[in-house]
Design a protein around this ligand. Structure first.
Ligand code: NAG
Ligand code: NAG
Ligand code: NAG
Length: 360
């Protein structure tokens, strides 16, 4: 902060006269929560000299810890935190296929361009196994489940590649014949390694798979210029997801990846009903917490198509943008158990945590 010298010296004089008397009577005193530093080095307090009102002088007097010559020292309070600029994008949740949800389970190419697939290599083996998924949330970060990337898992299986914009895991250039008979192809996937993994500190401490959420910082920036790789939208903190759903259902997409590998080479999706939290808690014998939501578990609906760590999304009333409301956490190991819903991390409870942990 730069002051005009005349302003500084003029106001400083007034200030000195007032503080000198005070310092004489009280001597030096120590600061409770900060250092005793030169007023000129404390912009928050020096700012008050611009408007030397009675109130401001009083504040300065209270803050003064030592006066020597022309250099009063003050207990400089910590600077108020700057309003944080969100690193999450404004444009998000736009899938290529628009309203077109096909009858089948195979997804339209480009419908869920935030899908990330994780390829692992077991120590001592050469082949890549796709065991988890995640979602692109900006040009550097992937959101996933903590159980996919926690240190104990990565000690046994190295996270070798994070693939974005993939659809058919077996082919390099993926093609699909659209409803109108055109052959549509997407470019090869963008492959990444990671630079940092941030697992939620409370993961698995409060209940089974509690706080099952993690962030992956990729080794370089994602190219988001095309429509084949695009971030999903995240809900505001504490959004009541049920209230914004126009139908009580959500979509899970994935390759059906579990700890045993994938079910399908091509990206599948399924629409699942949201289950009452109380009912779900009863099914799981009181082990679910408010930061988890339950989906699926209704006869005829297979809840085993999503991948661990993958996103649970809802659409707006007119289609995209898509909002990610959950992360696939755990569920019935036997996919035949139709009455058992899957448990998902409720993202609306973690928006603040996510934003606090993103770096440019
Ligand atoms: C991405 O990684 C997968 C798995 O290692 C590999 O099969 C594929 O060829 C890679 N794609 C590109 C474009 O490098
Ligand atoms: C994985 O395979 C093991 C052994 O066959 C089985 O016990 C387990 O239930 C399988 N897990 C899933 C999620 O399918
Ligand atoms: C589930 O039930 C247990 C035991 O009654 C309770 O402590 C917990 O808060 C409940 N969870 C939810 C999400 O209601």
């Amino acid at each position: 902060m730069v002051y005009k010298t005349s302003l500084w010296t003029g106001v400083l004089w007034t200030f000195l006269v007032v503080t000198a008397r005070m310092a004489e009577s009280q001597g030096r005193h120590s600061c409770a929560r900060s250092d005793c530093i030169s007023l000129q080095r404390c912009p928050q307090l020096a700012e008050l000299l611009r408007a030397p009102t009675r109130d401001n002088i009083k504040k300065l007097q209270d803050a003064t810890c030592f006066v020597s010559g022309q250099d009063p020292r003050v207990c400089c309070p910590p600077e108020p935190p700057k309003p944080k600029v969100s690193l999450l994008p404004r444009r998000c949740g736009e899938g290529l296929a628009g309203n077109r949800i096909l009858g089948g389970e195979e997804t339209p190419l480009g419908a869920y361009p935030w899908m990330a697939v994780f390829g692992y290599k077991e120590i001592g083996f050469d082949n890549i196994e796709y065991l988890c998924a995640g979602s692109v949330i900006n040009d550097r970060y992937i959101l996933t489940a903590a159980h996919c990337v926690e240190p104990q898992v990565l000690a046994v299986k190295r996270l070798e590649v994070i693939g974005l914009g993939d659809w058919d895991l077996k082919t390099t250039v993926d093609c699909q014949v659209t409803e109108s008979g055109h052959r549509l192809c997407s470019p090869p996937s963008q492959n990444f390694t990671y630079e940092e993994i941030i697992v939620h500190p409370q993961y698995n401490t409060r209940t089974t798979y509690s706080d099952d959420i993690a962030l992956i910082r990729l080794s370089r920036k994602v190219d988001l210029s095309g429509f084949w790789v695009h971030p999903v939208c995240l809900p505001p903190q504490n959004l009541n997801v049920r209230q914004v759903m126009h139908v009580p259902e959500a979509i899970v997409a994935g390759w059906g990846a579990t700890e045993n590998g994938t079910v399908s080479d091509r990206l599948l999706h399924v629409v699942l009903p949201v289950v009452d939290n109380q009912q779900c808690n009863t099914t799981y014998k009181g082990r679910t917490i408010a930061e988890q939501i339950c989906i699926g578990g209704v006869a005829g609906q297979d809840s085993c198509k999503g991948d661990s760590g993958g996103p649970l999304v809802i659409r707006g009333p007119d289609g995209p943008p898509y909002l990610q409301i959950g992360i696939v956490s755990y569920g019935p190991t036997n996919c035949g158990l139709k009455s058992v819903p899957g448990v998902y991390t409720d993202i609306s409870k973690y928006r603040d945590w996510i934003e606090e942990n993103l770096r440019p």
